[in-house]
Design a protein around this ligand. Structure first.
Ligand code: JFZ
Length: 414
């Protein structure tokens, strides 16, 4: 591997093409099925929690199945929890005995995952939590500085292992950099983030790194509280969310509040409209299989993407914003209108398009709309079906005579 770090514009290319990824939360916490924060939320002592490792022997774990499912969903990359806040490694670590290799399973799940994801032709992402709840120093930095130091040393060593033992890694997804009692601007110094990331980039020059290590790095990765926030053009950003509700990313035994396929597709469209990515989470069962509710949704998204992916992968921003109607993306001279709320007349009005619209076609069916222009710079698409052609989100592809140009602010009527 060459040690030259390619420029940002080069490294970020695949990420902007991808638009859709799958993150997997899976580990010891999948056994109790009360979410990945169960250890802390229920104040389970570390030695008691560690007993779960004796039971963790997922015979049905099949990394190829995960990777094939992600591919079927139309995702272009995956991210996997190599180690969450509980400290349990799903891979072989020289600096810890609390791993899936040294306990009941005796397997390196990260190795299996990386191999399968690569085989499926997807980009490989690794999630790693810096913090580890087993270290008392995490909770009490001041009076237990040695424990805190040991936690930092562990993170540095384990990240080096992850970056050394599994071949090319495309995306490093940090999490858990916060420390009780430390301010945001003290985090990077505590973890020695600069040094770790320099090491990561030396070992993996092409890698993308997210912004959760106390340093902005390559990608803004966040979970929206309500609305999705776009970042400045060029910058890679990603909105991550579970398919279920906010109750947890790891397996939840009863999780009736799953997002609908339509909701999930709309999230993806919204991210794509802002030139960002949607990273959707699944929380497989303790035996390694993915629950039916998640499988069904991923397959439905994949079906939608196979008909409409042209408007999503590699999407650019379009200047014609119609939030009441849906969201638009663009690609060169083409604009894609994603209609969330199909009008009952089967007629759609677009204001402000200064270009000539050469054609307007329902992407999934090929049906052409009749195009009319009216006063006040309106473009009317007519003769469309009264019932939305796609039950989730219908995409209309408009070919313009040049780069999309918005203008003519109402009520001015040239
Ligand atoms: C973190 C974890 O604590 C959680 O268990 C899960 O792994 C998730 C993906 O990441 O939770 C966060 C951390 C940061 C934000 C949201 C959830 N954030 O900045 O919006």
């Amino acid at each position: 591997m060459s040690s030259e770090i390619p420029p940002y514009e080069e490294r970020i290319k695949w990420f902007h093409q991808a638009r859709f990824g799958i993150i997997v939360h899976w580990g010891l916490y999948s056994i109790p099925g009360r979410g990945e924060w169960v250890m802390k939320n229920e104040r389970i002592p570390a030695d008691e929690y560690a007993q779960l490792a004796k039971k963790f022997n997922p015979k049905k774990f099949d990394a190829d199945e995960w990777a094939e499912l992600a591919k079927e969903a139309g995702a272009k990359y995956m991210v996997f929890t190599t180690r969450h806040h509980d400290g349990f490694c799903l891979y072989d670590s020289k600096v810890s005995d609390f791993t899936s290799v040294k306990t009941a399973a005796k397997r390196d799940f990260v190795a299996e995952y990386v191999k399968a994801v690569r085989k499926a032709g997807l980009k490989v992402g690794l999630y790693y939590s810096l913090l580890d709840w087993r270290f008392p120093g995490f909770f009490d930095l001041k009076s237990k500085p040695d424990s805190a130091k040991a936690m930092v040393a562990q993170a540095q060593a384990q990240i080096e292992e992850l970056m050394t033992h599994y071949g090319k890694i495309d995306y490093f997804w940090y999490d858990g950099s916060w420390i009780p009692g430390l301010q945001k601007d003290e985090i990077a110094e505590f973890w020695e983030t600069k040094g770790i990331n320099a090491m990561v980039r030396k070992l993996q020059p092409h890698i993308l790194i997210n912004n959760r290590s106390g340093s902005p790095e390559d990608i803004d990765s966040y979970t929206p509280a309500s609305k999705i926030n776009e970042k400045e053009p060029g910058r890679g950003w990603e909105t991550s969310m579970p398919i279920g509700d906010r109750g947890g990313w790891g397996y939840l035994h009863n999780n009736p509040n799953m997002k609908s396929v339509t909701q999930l597709i709309q999230h993806l469209v919204e991210a794509a409209a802002g030139e960002g990515n949607c990273l959707l989470n699944i929380g497989p069962k303790p035996d390694g299989t993915v629950r039916k509710e998640e499988v069904d949704r991923l397959r439905a998204i994949g079906k939608w993407l196979s008909a409409n992916g042209e408007s999503i992968y590699g999407s650019e921003r379009s200047p014609f914003d119609r939030k009441m109607l849906g969201r638009t993306t663009a690609k060169g001279n083409i604009v894609y209108a994603h209609v969330f709320h199909w009008p009952k007349q089967g007629e759609i009005t677009f204001p402000s398009i200064m270009n000539k619209v050469k054609s307007a076609t329902v992407l999934s069916t090929g049906q052409q709309a009749r195009i009319e222009t009216g006063s006040s710079c309106r473009t009317f698409l007519k003769d469309l079906p009264k019932i939305p052609p796609d039950p989730h989100v219908t995409v209309i592809k408009m070919v313009l005579d040049g780069k999309p140009e918005a203008g003519c602010w109402w009520p001015s009527t040239p």
